[in-house]
Write a protein that binds this ligand. Structure first.
Ligand SMILES: Cc1cc2nc3c(=O)[nH]c(=O)nc-3n(C[C@H](O)[C@H](O)[C@H](O)COP(=O)(O)OP(=O)(O)OC[C@H]3O[C@@H](n4cnc5c(N)ncnc54)[C@H](O)[C@@H]3O)c2cc1C
Length: 315
């Protein structure tokens, strides 16, 4: 028989949403347990410079910021366990969750802050320069490309919005798309085509990202035309991959209301999901903002909503 660990509140995920929920819940004496998942610290641990998280006048490093959040959560009493949930039973309370280390967790309330993963092209050179010229977030990193040349990869709304946003900084933005037409809304396409700083390269993909090693930085890319197979080199300083995100919500499929694109649905202005006692915060429920500070804000909301629910049930 597997070990069973019970808590009033179980928090899944150790990104900004999970740690913030843990800080608020611990300070509300809910004695939460937080499971880190396989990526302790979440997405911010795969980036370098962070310049938009409030509270720091200097640039901070993503992994450092997450260690600070972890230490703060620990300090106020959160029990943090390195474990990953693989199966859930949300049909009745307490909820039952099974982990990949064969532990069973039961809880009166649950905060799901399992985040999302940016989709990448899968090139070795892309992995090499991630955080050093290759990014999946123009809102986060666009500011670092003032008067530089960047490319955006993708053809949907996000890619077009990111390309337009990057024109605020970059001197030239090149959109590279695998097809001859974009999937983005027509109004966005018009803005893109009308913009003097933007060029579109059709029917093409990035074959390789090239740069220097010390310090690591991107210098150019090899682009392959998918029809003619012809290859060309373009000088660039930054590469933004905008081919979508996958929310980490698979284990909740058919257990909670989830959008067609996999985001956990919550009530308006709330983190409450379709099941009483289950809350969702951060990128797993947010296909729009996807920022550390918005994830943290939702983590705070979720903890306050758990506190309110549990205390109303006690009285
Ligand atoms: C390259 C890059 C750079 C970025 N730069 C910035 C920036 O400069 N500023 C900014 O504000 N935002 C930035 N972002 C976005 C930011 O990282 C995310 O918006 C934020 O991390 C979302 O936080 P989250 O807590 O919702 O989830 P995540 O950070 O995605 O964390 C999810 C957590 O859930 C855990 N988990 C997943 N599945 C399970 C499971 N089954 N059981 C238990 N745990 C599980 C994971 O291990 C992880 O700890 C960047 C993102 C990327 C990819």
């Amino acid at each position: 028989m597997s070990e069973i660990i019970h808590s009033k509140l179980l928090i899944l995920g150790s990104g900004p949403a999970g740690y913030t929920a843990a800080i608020y819940a611990s300070r509300a004496m809910l004695e939460p347990i937080l499971l880190t998942g396989i990526e302790p610290g979440g997405q911010m641990t795969i980036t370098t410079d962070v310049e938009n998280y409030p509270g720091f006048s200097d640039v901070v490093q993503g992994p450092w910021l997450m260690e600070e959040m972890r230490d703060q959560a620990k300090k106020v009493g959160t029990k943090i366990i390195l474990d990953t949930i693989i199966d859930v039973d949300l049909s009745k309370r307490p909820f039952i969750l099974k982990s990949d280390s064969d532990v069973v967790y039961s809880c009166d309330s649950l905060i799901i802050s399992t985040g999302a993963q940016a989709k990448w092209l899968g090139l070795e050179s892309e992995a090499k320069y991630k955080g050093y010229g290759v990014s999946a977030c123009a809102t986060c990193d666009g500011f670092f490309y003032k008067d530089k040349k960047v490319v955006v990869v993708g053809g949907g709304n996000t890619a077009v919005e990111e390309a337009l946003f990057l024109t605020n900084f970059a001197k030239k933005v090149t959109l590279i798309h695998r097809r001859k037409e974009l999937r983005a809304e027509k109004i966005l396409q018009k803005k893109l085509f009308d913009h003097p700083k933007i060029e579109v390269i059709w029917d093409s993909e990035i074959k390789e990202i090239l740069g220097s090693d010390n310090p690591p930085s991107v210098e150019n890319i090899t682009v392959r035309n998918m029809i003619s197979n012809a290859e060309s080199q373009i000088d660039v300083d930054g590469v933004f991959i905008a081919i979508g995100h996958s929310p980490s919500s698979k284990i909740f499929k058919d257990k909670l209301k989830i959008s067609d694109t996999g985001y956990i649905l919550t009530d308006p202005d709330s983190t409450a999901t379709s099941i009483t006692g289950v809350f969702a915060a951060g990128d797993v429920t947010d296909d729009k903002y996807r920022q550390a500070v918005t994830a943290a804000g939702m983590g705070c909301m979720a903890a306050l909503e758990v506190e309110s629910l549990l205390s109303s049930e006690e009285s």
